[in-house]
Design a protein around this ligand. Structure first.
Ligand SMILES: Cc1cc2nc3c(=O)[nH]c(=O)nc-3n(C[C@H](O)[C@H](O)[C@H](O)COP(=O)(O)OP(=O)(O)OC[C@H]3O[C@@H](n4cnc5c(N)ncnc54)[C@H](O)[C@@H]3O)c2cc1C
Length: 385
């Protein structure tokens, strides 16, 4: 089903039990779960087309693929092999898992299929509609037909890393961010095993890594890091990496490629993510692994918890139920990953990154890297009090 056929138009006197802002996976999933509980849910999204302006590579990890029913026809081939490169790309460390570890989503169709599921559950989706502010339980929107207001008992901020809803609810906001950019293009097929190539070079990707995913169907070539540490800016780093990226030998790059970019919160789950009037989910709540910068698994898991708490609050009419959605209580689960983020952030020169490879090439280093790359850690499972 295409985006246009999913969308509803807003009337002047619209109201809902819950207004969800943002149709990324966090917003779509939260909205669907709430509608399935019988609640009236309005989801607003500023983009006019869910298949456009995508801001993710779309790598789904094994645990997500095991636990969530993602549409299989929107997923690329399984990936088991990861190759880690030092800045000079010499003597890379190759790790192969005995299991399928990753699949890359075809994110345009995947968002549209997820939105179709939401609509089937009863969610009303208004595309091309931006949330602009609130006065109590009246929310201001700017849509294709001009400004309008809706009333809702609760608002869900699923509006990404720089959440306007977080600001308006006076909740915590993301301050520790990296920025990423990538190019995506189709491949005619490959006789090589699907592989995730990661380059640790702080001059290209300060505080994070540069990557190439070649799964035989699509290539993703990207860099991410701290915005103020790129010597010549993110764009230049992307161009530089694109010209020398590993894993694409013999691949002819098309003239036009899809470009994606966006901020990624890496400061760990925020502490204050709910109040009597609403809550935050996904990137808006900082629910991203501080180490791997993966946010798709956390946003799906956290939206289950968000929907449970909101369902409880709507059924009981007790706003203090919202206090069960507490980032401070979950934050200790991220302690180890925050510590490793601190170490990665301190790798500031190619020489330090190269020195790290001396350790990575040892059996201990390989085992530690395998634990990070092929491990089962994810967002804590939803168990509201
Ligand atoms: C370049 C890049 C690559 C990444 N790759 C991966 C990866 O491979 N695997 C992984 O696990 N994670 C990855 N991440 C992180 C992951 O994509 C995010 O954590 C995840 O998509 C967050 O989902 P979300 O629904 O919370 O937010 P988003 O997907 O950002 O959705 C927020 C939505 O809110 C809308 N919105 C914002 N403001 C308003 C407003 N005022 N009114 C209405 N709508 C609004 C936006 O248009 C957007 O659609 C990547 C991030 C980036 C930037």
């Amino acid at each position: 089903m295409t985006t246009a056929r999913l969308a509803c138009r807003l009337g002047g006197t619209d109201g809902a039990d819950v207004l969800v802002v943002g149709a990324g996976l966090a917003g779509l999933n939260t909205a669907t779960l709430l509608a399935r509980q019988g609640h009236d849910v309005l989801l607003v999204e500023r983009r006019t087309n869910l298949a456009g302006a995508i801001r993710t590579t779309g790598i789904f990890v094994r645990k997500t693929l095991d636990d969530f029913p993602l549409p299989p026809d929107c997923l690329g081939p399984p990936i088991r092999r990861v190759v880690l490169y030092p800045p000079d790309l010499r003597r890379p460390v190759s790790l192969t898992s005995p299991r399928d570890e990753y699949r890359v989503g075809d994110m345009g169709p995947l968002y549209e299929a997820t939105a179709a599921t939401a609509v089937d559950a009863g969610v009303r989706i208004a595309l091309g509609t931006r949330y602009t502010g609130r006065q109590g339980n009246t929310f201001h929107l700017a849509g294709r037909d001009g400004p309008t207001t809706v009333r809702a008992r609760f608002i869900v901020g699923a509006d990404g890393a720089r959440s306007r809803v977080a600001r308006d609810l006076a909740l915590d906001r993301n301050h520790h961010l990296i920025v990423g950019a990538e190019e995506v293009f189709e491949l005619p097929g490959s006789d090589q095993p699907p592989t995730f190539h990661c380059v640790l070079d702080p001059s290209l990707a300060p505080g994070y890594l540069a990557w190439v995913i070649n799964d035989g169907q699509h290539a993703h070539v990207g860099v991410a890091g701290y915005a103020d540490r790129y010597p010549d800016g993110l764009r230049r780093a992307m161009e530089q990496f694109s010209a020398s990226a590993p894993g694409l030998t013999g691949v002819e790059r098309p003239e036009t490629v899809e470009r994606r970019a966006g901020p990624i919160p890496v400061g760990g789950l925020l502490r204050r993510i709910s109040c009597a009037d609403g809550l935050l989910v996904g990137d808006a709540a900082g629910a991203v692994s501080p180490l791997t910068a993966g946010g798709l698994d956390p946003c799906l898991r956290q939206s289950q918890l968000a929907a449970e708490v909101l369902d409880d609050a709507l059924r009981t009419g007790k706003p203090d139920t919202m206090a069960n959605y507490d980032g401070a209580a979950l934050r200790p689960h991220f302690r180890g990953r925050l510590m490793l983020r601190g170490i990665l952030a301190r790798v500031r020169t190619p020489a330090t990154a190269a020195a790290g490879f001396t350790l990575l090439r040892t059996p201990f280093g390989r085992a530690a890297a395998s634990r990070v790359l092929f491990g089962d850690r994810s967002f804590p499972d939803p168990t509201p009090k």
